[in-house]
Design a protein around this ligand. Structure first.
Ligand code: P5A
Length: 442
């Protein structure tokens, strides 16, 4: 991709309406464009990052045996009346009437719709467990949408749902998601901590929020810092080890604001381990038993007996994660952003020094680009006539992890190469290639 032909509308200055760094940066480097309050268009740079996040989320769901489906954004009010949530959901729900005057809504979540799909498709306990997910836009008419795509009205969510025969089986499903969330956030280069949380309008009595620490986060958290050292890397998917894993986290006091109790915190966490800070909720999982299956009559036959299925639901804020990663990875002292390799819009920026009468550096850039492309490394060539330092500054801001400079200091087959926040090295293109491939594998 040539920069001159790309659609990356960079602004000269930080937009004044943006209060936090992710919102500022996303507008500044043209990742998103507001279309109305809390509703955004995703431009190529932002969209590329979101799609990469989506793919990692998908792979980790598939890995634990969750099946992908796609439910619509527009739902009928009927099923919400059955569950009793049509009134309860209040003004956050965007209600729409179709031409037959039927009450419809733009789904804020899908517990009802998936329960309806389940009840009309499954009759026997032998088909259980069923674990289903989709990745779809949601709409919540937030009273105060803010911080760009972090708390907006239309957002992209991965939501999964589990159906089991017994509470015990359902907890096993819950724990599968618990582990898969830890692995998903790790692949995004984030350290997300599971915290006991309130269930709000989704319901139930077991719930964890997955929170990454950030000063600009909206969630207040109280935790024991030893929770950051729990190792989930070797956990396998059997019932017992998943139970043990959750206990390893739960033995540390770790709650969000709504569950906070000062005496309990001080009693369970020695002063040296206490962390009282802010974070961003990037995922939230719930166990709510038969809260939806009972009123909606979603049951299976178990040896002649009707059993309402036990359900849980599991959300990841896919679009919110784009902002959350920026909050975690952007260094505002030097204005340098560095995308994790797993989600970066481009792996490497090729920055040639271009003179009016001499296009040889541009030609070299194209050759390097072709070579790297053949090794699955995605690059963007800055073919504009800005000077080198302006180009470097631009890519420091965008956050492309590597920069390859083709200019006066390139000698023979050696190029200047640097990690966005690292030292400049002089390397052959083959060595540059292996360095990037190595970084992609980590
Ligand atoms: C779980 C999946 C649910 O809706 N039902 C289906 C359950 N949970 S949740 O916590 O309400 O939302 C899941 C995740 O979605 C993100 N999120 C948002 N992102 C951007 N703007 C919003 N207004 C917004 N609301 C929720 C969060 O990451 C949340 O964890």
């Amino acid at each position: 991709m040539f920069f001159s032909k790309s659609f990356i509308p960079i602004l000269k200055n930080n937009p004044s309406e943006a209060k936090i760094k992710s919102h500022q940066l996303m507008l500044r480097v043209g990742m998103i464009k507001q279309s109305s309050a809390g509703i955004y268009s995703w431009l190529p740079l932002g969209f590329k990052v979101m799609k990469k996040i989506e793919q990692i989320v998908r792979e980790e769901q598939d890995r634990v045996g969750v099946q992908e489906i796609l439910m619509p954004t527009i739902q009928s009010s009927e099923i919400w009346k059955e569950s009793g949530r049509y009134e309860d959901y209040g003004e956050e729900m965007l209600r729409i009437k179709d031409r037959q005057n039927r009450e419809m809504l733009y789904g804020p979540t899908n517990e009802e719709l998936v329960t309806e799909i389940f009840r009309s498709s499954f009759k026997s306990y032998k088909s259980l467990p069923q674990l289903l997910y989709h990745i779809q836009w949601k709409f919540r008419d937030e009273l105060r949408p803010r911080f760009g795509i972090m708390r907006c009205r239309e957002f992209y969510m991965k939501d999964a749902y589990s159906f089991d025969l017994t509470d015990d089986d359902a907890i096993f499903s819950y724990n599968k998601f618990f582990l898969s969330y830890l692995k998903t956030f790790k692949r995004l280069n984030l350290s997300a901590i599971p915290m006991a949380a309130d269930t709000g309008p989704i319901g139930g009595n077991l719930s964890h929020e997955f929170i990454i620490l950030a000063d600009t986060g909206e969630s207040k958290i109280y935790t024991d810092k030893r929770i950051f050292d729990v190792d989930s890397s070797k956990t396998i998917l059997d019932k017992e080890s998943l139970g043990v894993l959750r206990k390893q986290y739960e033995k540390f006091y770790s709650v969000t604001d709504e569950k906070f109790n000062k005496d309990e915190f001080e009693k369970s966490v020695a002063e040296e381990y206490r962390v009282n800070t802010k974070g961003i909720e990037v995922g939230h999982i719930f166990y709510f038993g038969d809260k939806y299956s009972k009123p909606m009559n979603a049951a299976v036959d178990f040896n002649g007996k009707k059993e309402f299925v036990k359900m849980g639901s599991y959300g990841i804020g896919v679009s919110r994660l784009v902002g959350a990663i920026i909050e975690a990875k952007y260094n505002d002292t030097d204005g340098i952003m560095k995308w994790p390799m797993s989600v970066t819009p481009y792996d490497c920026a090729i920055i040639p020094m271009i003179n009016k009468n001499d296009k040889s550096n541009l030609e070299k850039s194209i050759k390097v680009h072709e070579f790297l492309k053949s090794k699955n490394i995605e690059t963007i060539i800055d073919d504009t006539d800005e000077n080198i330092s302006a180009k470097i500054k631009k890519f420091n801001l965008i956050g492309i992890p590597y920069q390859l400079i083709i200019g006066s200091k390139s000698e023979g087959n050696l190029y200047e190469f640097k990690e966005v926040d690292g030292e400049t090295q002089k390397l052959k293109v083959e060595d540059i290639c292996s360095q990037i491939i190595k970084a992609k594998q980590n």
